[in-house]
Ligand binder design. Structure first.
Ligand code: GTP
Ligand code: MG
Ligand code: ZN
Length: 437
C-alpha cells in the first residue's frame, strides 16, 4: 500500500491516471512509460529494430524531472511500454478523443481531412476561442503536407489537376509503423494528433484542465475497410472501436444512381469516375466495431455516426437547398470580463440538424440503403454534405479531368462534422446553442 501511495505522490500535478497509446491503444499508468535515449551510440530497440534509439525505464533524472540515458544525456521523448512507439506529452495531460474516418477508395477521405484541419486551425481560435495545434509535428507531417499541397503550395496560382494534389493513401508505407513482438510483426497506422484547448476568453476557460483533449485521427486507405483487411498483423482500423465519433465518408459521385441523376441535371461529372457500392463498407465497419466493442448484432452503437457526403461541389444541383451559411452564430457572453471578448461564436446545432434532415431525404430518394445501414448501426446519425475544395473547379476539355487553382479553393462545411462531433463527445468544449433563440 505504502509503495502505491508514494508512486501517486511522484506523479506531477495535471498528469492523467491512465495514458492511452495512440498507436496500439493499450492503456497503462504513466509510471510505466519508457523514455527514448538521446545519445547517438544508444541505437537498437527490441520492438522497433536496429535503427531506432533504445527505449528504457529510467533510474536517473535531472532536476527538471527528465530522464538521463546510460550515457548521461538528457532525454525528452517518451514511448509506449507495449509497442515502444513515441507518445507525445499531451497524451499524458489531456484525455484522448479518437475520431475515425472510413469510406471507399477515392471517396475523398484524405482531401476531407486536409481541408478540415486546414480550416480548424483558423476557425477554432477565431470563432470559438479554442486553440487547435499539432500535438506532435513529426507524426502530423503527412497531413501537414496534404494541407500545403491543396491550399498553399508553391504553384498555388496555377491550374492543376485536382487528382494530383494528394496521392492515394497506400495500405503500407510511410503512414504505418512496424513493431515486432517476437515472431509476430504488427503494422500500426500512424495517428495524427492535435491538442484542443479552451483559451482564457472561452466561456469555460477556467475548466481548461478538464475540458482539453488530444484528438487522434487516422487516414486509412479505402481498401483497408474491405472485408478481411483488418488482422492481428495489420490492425489498421481497430481505432474505430475506440472512437468517440465515427465519420463515414459517402461519395455520391461513385454511386450509379447518383451518376445518372447528375448526368440528367447537367452536373460536371469527370469522364473517368468509377462506380462502387458503398454500403458494404459501412456494414463491414459496423461488424468490426461490434466485434471489438463486444456489441450484439441487435445492439446499436451509442457513439454518434456522421455520414459525410463528399464532393458537394459536383452534385449540389441534386440537393434541394442552396449553399448554407456556416453553422455558427455570434452570441454575447453574459459573464465576459471585458467588452472586446464579450462576443464569441456558438455552434448552431439546429442548423446542422436541418441540413442533415434535407440530406437524409435526398438519400432516401436515391440511395435509401445508406440511410438504413447507418441508422441500423448507430443510435445517433447525422448527414452532412461537404466540399473539400469548393466551387471553383474547372473541367479540362482535353482530359475530362477536374482541375483547380489551389489559391481559389474554398472548403464548404468541412469543419461541421468535427464541431458537431466534439459538441457531442466533449460537452462544454465547443460553445453551442441547440435551440433558436
Ligand atoms: N470535385 C471534388 N473532388 C474531390 C473532392 N475531394 C476529393 N476529390 C477527388 O477525389 C479523389 C480522391 O480523393 P482522396 O481524398 O484521395 O480519396 P480517399 O478516400 O482518401 O481515397 P483512398 O486514399 O484511395 O482511400 C481526389 O483525387 C480528387 O480528385 C472534392 O471536395 N470535390
Ligand atoms: Mg486517402
Ligand atoms: Zn503502444
Amino acid at each position: 500500500m505504502a509503495t502505491a501511495k508514494t508512486k501517486q505522490e511522484w506523479r506531477p500535478r495535471g498528469i492523467l491516471e491512465r495514458v492511452t497509446c495512440p498507436h496500439c491503444w493499450e492503456q497503462f499508468p504513466p509510471e510505466k512509460l519508457l523514455w527514448i535515449s538521446e545519445h547517438s551510440d544508444l541505437l537498437g530497440d527490441q520492438r522497433l529494430g536496429p535503427d531506432h534509439q533504445t527505449r528504457f525505464l529510467p533510474t536517473r533524472f535531472n532536476v527538471a524531472g527528465e530522464a538521463l540515458d546510460v550515457k548521461g544525456f538528457v532525454c525528452h521523448q517518451l514511448a509506449c511500454p507495449h509497442c515502444h512507439l513515441s507518445i507525445p506529452r499531451s497524451m499524458l495531460e489531456m484525455e484522448p478523443l479518437f475520431l475515425s474516418i472510413f469510406g471507399a477508395p477515392a471517396s475523398g477521405k484524405s482531401y476531407f481531412l486536409a481541408a478540415m484541419t486546414w480550416e480548424l486551425r483558423k476557425i477554432l481560435p477565431l470563432q470559438f476561442r479554442v486553440s487547435f495545434a499539432d500535438a506532435d509535428p513529426v507524426l502530423n507531417r503527412s497531413l501537414n503536407d496534404y494541407e500545403e499541397s491543396v491550399f498553399s503550395g508553391s504553384s498555388a496560382e496555377e491550374l492543376v489537376p485536382l487528382a494530383s494534389l494528394i496521392r492515394k493513401t497506400e495500405e503500407q508505407g510511410e503512414l504505418y509503423d512496424t513493431v515486432s513482438y517476437g515472431n509476430q510483426t504488427v503494422s500500426y497506422p500512424r495517428p495524427f494528433l492535435f491538442s484542443v484547448q479552451p483559451q482564457t476568453e472561452h466561456p469555460n476557460g477556467d475548466r481548461r484542465n478538464t475540458l482539453s483533449r488530444t484528438v487522434c485521427l487516422y487516414d486509412n486507405a479505402g481498401e483497408s475497410f474491405q472485408p478481411g483487411k483488418d488482422s492481428a498483423a495489420a490492425p489498421v482500423t481497430r481505432h474505430m472501436a475506440h472512437s468517440s465519433v465515427l465519420f463515414f465518408v459517402f461519395d455520391p459521385t461513385q454511386d450509379s444512381r447518383f451518376q445518372r441523376k447528375m448526368t440528367d441535371a447537367g452536373c460536371g461529372l469527370e469522364t473517368a469516375t468509377r462506380t462502387m457500392r458503398q454500403e458494404p463498407i459501412l456494414q463491414e465497419a459496423a461488424a468490426r466495431i461490434r466485434r471489438y466493442a463486444g456489441l450484439r448484432q441487435s445492439d446499436k452503437h451509442n457513439r454518434p455516426l456522421v455520414v459525410i457526403l463528399t464532393k458537394f461541389d459536383s452534385w449540389w444541383q441534386l440537393h434541394s437547398n442552396d449553399a448554407a451559411p456556416n453553422p455558427w452564430r455570434e452570441v454575447r457572453q453574459p459573464n465576459a470580463e471585458d467588452e472586446a471578448n464579450a462576443i464569441i461564436s456558438a455552434l448552431d446545432v439546429s442548423q446542422i440538424e436541418t441540413q442533415s434532415q434535407l440530406a437524409r431525404e435526398m438519400l432516401l430518394r436515391i440511395t435509401p440503403e445508406i440511410v438504413t445501414a447507418a441508422e441500423g448501426f448507430a443510435r445517433e446519425v447525422i448527414f452532412i454534405p461537404v466540399s473539400s475544395v469548393g466551387w471553383n473547379i474547372e473541367v479540362d476539355r482535353r482530359t475530362g479531368q477536374q482541375a483547380i487553382r489551389p489559391i481559389e479553393a474554398q472548403p464548404y462545411w468541412v469543419t461541421a462534422p468535427f464541431l458537431y462531433g466534439l459538441s457531442r463527445a466533449a460537452s462544454g468544449l465547443i460553445p453551442s446553442i441547440t435551440k433558436r433563440e
